[in-house]
Design a protein around this ligand. Sequence first.
Ligand SMILES: N=c1c2ncn([C@@H]3O[C@H](COP(=O)(O)OP(=O)(O)OP(=O)(O)O)[C@@H](O)[C@H]3O)c2ncn1[C@@H]1O[C@H](COP(=O)(O)O)[C@@H](O)[C@H]1O
Length: 112
Amino acid sequence: MSDILHQLAEVLDQRRHADPESSYVASLHSKGLNKILEKVGEEATETILAAKDAESGVERERQAVVAETADLWFHSLVMLSHLGIDSQDVLDELARRFGISGLDEKAARTTK
Ligand SMILES: N=c1c2ncn([C@@H]3O[C@H](COP(=O)(O)OP(=O)(O)OP(=O)(O)O)[C@@H](O)[C@H]3O)c2ncn1[C@@H]1O[C@H](COP(=O)(O)O)[C@@H](O)[C@H]1O
């Protein structure tokens, strides 16, 4: 796992039992799954809108996509942590798929 993802995942797990008054992540955990899913949905929408604006090629708009995608990944990691799912499992799944063409995988699925 990339160092920063690994370190962040560890912090997010530690925050599950931290004080919601002093930690944003702890406040999300304490509000529960619905609030976390609301944030994931919100950040996904903001990422889509930023990506549409970035089609212009303007550097500021491209940086906004980076920031919004970071928000989306971050809140997705909080969701995994809240559910007790190891984010390494997601990276392992991507590694498992690596090199398998999406078109081949889909074709194999439909002929089963
Ligand atoms: N990477 C992040 C990170 N990215 C985004 N955010 C926060 O995510 C929030 C979401 O952005 P919004 O604009 O939607 O915020 P908002 O409108 O205040 O949110 P709502 O009131 O609508 O819920 C902001 O408060 C950001 O500061 C993050 N907060 C924390 N981290 C990491 O998590 C660690 C633990 O954070 P704490 O739990 O706060 O100590 C930090 O050290 C960082 O490494």
